[in-house]
Design a protein around this ligand. Sequence first.
Ligand code: C2E
Ligand code: MG
Ligand code: MG
Ligand code: MG
Length: 281
Amino acid sequence: RAKQNGRNGISFYRASLSAQASRFVTIGAAIRRALQADEFELVYQPQYCLRTRRVAGVEALVRWRQGGRLVPPSEFIGYAEELGLIDALGEWVLRGACRQLSRWMAEGVPPLRMAVNLSPRQLGSPGLVAMVRQVLAEVDVAPDLLELEITEGALVSSEPEIAIALEALRASGVGIAIDDFGTGYSSLAYLRHLPAGLIKIDKSFLAGVPDEKSAREVVAAIVAMAHALHLGVVAEGVEHEAQADFLARAGCDFAQGWFYGRPMAPERIAALLGSPRQAAR
Ligand code: C2E
Ligand code: MG
Ligand code: MG
Ligand code: MG
């Protein structure tokens, strides 16, 4: 009887494993096809300067158009990483974002920072730095307008190649931002040695602002710490005016979130920027 159970157990295990494997194969093929067929799209979310109250930059966020549905990155980035497709997808994203930036600049908008998310897997890829330089050269965008966002968690669990890649990117003049800051347990000592110029306070910290005293104090402390380390600070997930007011008073540099604008199509960003050509039409 035990044997029989064991056999059933094994066959069940086999079935679910192969179901999972075939799911991976299916999704992998679909991602490859989508790259060929240009089914990915970029939306852009504005980042506001809290002093000038103007758009200082945008973050490019990828979507997968499946008919009428825009699939969010949480449903496919993980698969792309597991299946070794993230380098191709990441290059597509970077090229698309930089082309868009250069289009806006040709329309006469003031220089704008373009933030692009990098997967930790991309940081481990030997061709990354050359790819970034190549894309920037192709679109003729100044490297300091590009900000690569890397999650804090990815930096902490890092191998030496990651530090080397970050240094090389920095040396090319590209900005580095630490995304989802506060969720990755990095030490102050570690932060001091990263070639980053910005940290992005994770949106989970904003949830209690401004109502909870402890949340206010934590956010203010992160801003103070970042400034002591000569880093700029972006607050993510700003949904309400009271949060924006608190952040401005705390000396936070930039804010991003639904209060300022959801991720949107590039034409809507151009309207927000009030590019001269747009206004003249
Ligand atoms: P992230 O880089 O931290 O991006 C911020 C996420 O928060 C975005 O979700 C954005 O839509 C959402 N968000 C913005 N404002 C608010 C707000 O006020 N409230 C709330 N609740 N959410 C807000 P999205 O676009 O679904 O992206 C999720 C994550 O997927 C990103 O987190 C990033 O880690 C990853 N991702 C997105 N695009 C790319 C990409 O092109 N490449 C890579 N490797 N990862 C990407
Ligand atoms: Mg990001
Ligand atoms: Mg984030
Ligand atoms: Mg995130």
